[in-house]
Design a protein around this ligand. Structure first.
Ligand code: SAM
Length: 263
């Protein structure tokens, strides 16, 4: 298959994305490490450290586009290790059953398996079924390296707003725009040559990784994305220093954390 990404009509994007992640699910964790040279782990650690799950007592979390459960595992470990919290829970939601299956397998080896602390559920972030995901039911909504893959970012944000309790927190970790021109050029070089090559060598699938690289390029800037979060009904100010406090760049903007509170 060839993913001529720019020519794919948006109504087919969900199927396309499902296909991409189907073909990479089993090698996904390995590829993640190779692609980011392990750095995605540090970013995910930073993300969870910032959110401090369990610091104010047990909370209900939903991790959307949660894939193989990287964020969920960190959240539960952090709550338990730092706050002796064994009641915080994470519902991992993903559109792709294969990714969830990998996550389920992984959690089988942990103490959270078969407890109310974790669940894996197949659903589309743009329309979370109301029977399984009622309005005003979560304290924390996380989405890591997932929102750039969706057809409609506003629809995802609208659903995030719906399922969160008033006062609940939205937090997004995503690749973003590198502002330093020298770093930006190095990063471009890396992403357009090295990553698809790694995709070929490690996963036998160049096109899927090419698609991932292009999806990063097309994602809105930090400021535009913050505006979208605010438009969805979140208060975005004052979380971080500078720039209105809606986001924090990691590694010069290669990745970025955005936050909002449901008002
Ligand atoms: N959050 C995980 C992590 O950080 O390791 C997984 C990130 S992975 C790059 C992106 C995930 O988004 C994939 O598992 C994919 O299936 C999922 N995804 C893409 N579109 C989605 C949608 N519309 N609804 C829910 N999940 C979606």
């Amino acid at each position: 298959t060839h993913f001529g990404f720019r020519t794919v009509p948006s109504e087919n994007k969900e199927n396309l994305v499902r296909g991409v992640f189907d073909s990479v699910a089993s090698s996904y964790d390995l590829m993640n490490d190779a692609m980011s040279m392990g750095v995605h782990r540090l970013w995910k650690d930073d993300f969870v450290k910032l959110l401090r799950p369990g610091s104010k007592g047990p909370i209900r979390c939903i991790d959307v586009a949660g894939g193989t459960g990287d964020i969920a595992l960190r959240m539960l470990d952090s709550a338990r290790e730092k706050y002796a919290d064994r009641e915080t829970s994470v519902d991992v939601v993903d559109i792709n059953g294969e990714m969830l299956k990998e996550g389920y397998k992984r959690f089988k080896k942990t103490m959270y398996h078969n407890t109310p602390q974790i669940s894996f559920q197949e659903a589309n972030a743009q329309e979370l079924p109301e029977d399984r995901f009622p309005s005003n039911s979560y304290d924390l909504y996380t989405i890591a390296f997932g929102i750039r893959n969706v057809t409609s970012i506003p629809d995802v944000l609208k659903e995030a707003h719906r399922v969160l309790k008033p006062g609940g927190t939205f937090a997004c970790l995503e690749f973003n725009k590198v502002t330093n021109p020298v770093l930006a050029q190095m990063y471009d070089q890396y992403s357009f040559s090295v990553i698809p090559l790694l995709g070929t060598i490690l996963a036998g699938d160049r096109d899927s990784y090419q698609y991932l690289v292009e999806s990063i390029r097309r994602f809105p800037s930090q400021r535009d994305f913050a505006q979208m979060i605010s438009d969805a009904g979140f208060a975005t100010g004052g979380f971080f220093e500078g720039d209105g406090g809606a986001w924090r760049d990691l590694w010069g903007g290669i990745a970025c954390i955005h936050m909002g509170v449901k008002v």
